[in-house]
Structure formats: C-alpha cells, structure tokens
Design a protein around this ligand. Sequence first.
Ligand code: NDP
Length: 326
Amino acid sequence: MSETIERIKCLIIGSGPAGYTAAIYASRADLKPIMYTGMEPGGQLTTTTEVDNFPGYPEGIDGPAMMMDLQKQAERFGTEVRMGMVTEVEFSKEAGGIHKACIDNSKWVEAETVIISTGATAKYLGLPSEQKLRGGGVSACAVCDGFFYKNQDVAIVGGGDTAAEEATYLANICKKVTMLVRKDEMRASKAMQHRVNNTKNLEVRYNTEVDEVIGDQVVDGLRMVNNKTGEKEEIAITGLFIAIGHKPNTDIFKGHLDMDETGYLITQGKSTKTNIPGVFASGDVQDKEYRQAITAAGTGCMAAMDAERYLAEIETSEEEQKEVTA
Ligand code: NDP
C-alpha cells in the first residue's frame, strides 16, 4: 500500500540543466523545491565528456562536473535533491488543485506546483561497436562535440532535419563529412536537403547503413553496408555522429498532459505552462529543436518563475474569496 508522505509547494522532476536551473530559481523564491533526480542523475550531460559551449566556463568543463556544480548551487539555496523515479502522476485539473506524484512505485508526494524536466534520450543504432565507442568518438550531438573534430574526417547517420542540419554544421568545421541515409531519399525538408546537396565537403550515401564502427579505445573508421547490394566499404574517420532522433521521456504523462505526435510536451506560447494549471515543462522534454544545455537552463528558469507567479495568483484569488465571504 502506498501512503501520502508530505505536501510540498514545488516538485521538480528530473535533474538536467533545466531541472537544476528551475531548482535554483524556485529555492531562491522560497518555494522550497524537492527534486527527484530520475534514473540518470545529472541527465544527458553526464554522458558527455567536455562541455565547451556553456557560457561561464572559459576553459570548458566536464559534463558530470558541471552537473555537480549545478546541484551544489541548487542545494545552497535549500533545494532538496532526492534519488528516485516518479513512476505515476495524478494531476488536478483545477486551478489551485493539488497534484500527486508516486515515487518509485511506493510513496506519494503532493505538490502545489510541478516542474517537469525529464529530458529526452538520444536514439542510438544499438550496435555493440557503437556502444563501446560512445564518448570515444561516437556522439549524438554535433553542436556539442563537432569542434573536437576540427579538420578531421567524420560521418553522420540519419536523413531527417537534425541529421541534415548537423551534417552542414559539421561540414563547416571538419575536412569531410560522409552522411549515411538508409533509404534512397532523405526525410529532411526540401530546404535542408538543398543545403546538404550544396555543401562541397559533404557526401551523401543513400541506401547505406553502419555495419561496424572500427576502433579500440577511439574511433578509427567505419564499415558501411549498402542495404540494396550488400556491398561493404570501409572509410577512415575519427568521429561518428548519430542523428536518428530523440525520444522525449514522457511515458508517465501520457493521458495526463497534451503532447505532440512524437511525445514532446506542449507548452503554451512563450511560457512553460502545460494544459494543466500548476504543471510546467522545461528543457528537452518540450523542445525538439534546440536541445542545448543553455536553452534547457533558460526554460528551467522560466518554469520556476511561472510556478512562482501561479502560486502568487492562487494566493491572491484565495484572499479575495475570503474577503467576499467575510
Ligand atoms: P526524424 O525522426 O525526423 O528523422 C530520423 C532520421 O533517422 C530518419 O531519416 C530515419 O530514417 C533515420 N533513422 C532512424 N532510425 C535509424 C536507424 N536505425 N538507422 C539509420 N537511420 C535511422 O528525427 P529528427 O531528429 O531529424 O527530427 C525530429 C523532429 O524535429 C522532426 O519533426 C524535425 O522536422 C524537427 N527538427 C526541426 C529542425 C528545424 O526546423 N530546424 C531541426 C531539427 C529537427 P527513415 O527516414 O528511413 O525513417
């Protein structure tokens, strides 16, 4: 049997840059937030090595170290960070209603506001050689890691807008980019395809998939296979970028919150408001376009401010109600 353990003002679900930034702002606004970290404390950045593009770190910083700094900063203002997964939610549809979240299938927390920052997970091909070399030349983020392959030969997998955008981004930095598209056409928009086709040092291989990533500690090459002819070919590369899509971590919110057809939470206008009063979404869970630590952090700040304003409005309307009935 589960039991209600506590009533809090602000529950933060997820511990990436969005969650921690929300926590810093919410705790400084005295919302006494409690954060549940999820299965991967620190989020996607803990799986990368160096972060070079987060403002304020002139020499760059290791992803895990940056997340520890963010945690310390949030805790300094009173955020309570707890290990645990939110496994079920019950959201009130009423303004001022109390939301419930079940932790690790065992205990329930009641919260006046909820900030969801559960992120998204990059999809990988699932090949053993790819998994072995993650962090050793295999990356799912060209904007984060492309710089490390300056003037080198790299490859990218995928035929959607992300792959097309990242391929042209890499072509600006790297010597040569080989783009592997598994069908005989790209899914990316015509405009993006046009950009790809007009980039000189970018070669598109259609009907082509990864057979094996070659390398022991780091990537040395790639064996490609033509899925029509079965013909295999090896090329020398130092970096392999996987751009075959992301999966937002929203399974537990299905049926509770509005999402788009791919599962990303929908927020209203420029705010972080979901369709449920008092429930806000920040970071990659509601952003399939930018997906950067700094943009996630920005929306985390917005979510805490939206939560604070929401609570202030509820308080004001409750006071007005009391005056009317007095
Ligand atoms: P998509 O799902 O649109 O595309 C994924 C691509 O990866 C497809 O080409 C798919 O191939 C390929 N793929 C999937 N699995 C494999 C596999 N196992 N092996 C090889 N290839 C594989 O994801 P995106 O991340 O590109 O885009 C997500 C959404 O975000 C889209 O709606 C997109 O339009 C949007 N977006 C918009 C941007 C912009 O407007 N600037 C920038 C980035 C994204 P196949 O086609 O054969 O299924």
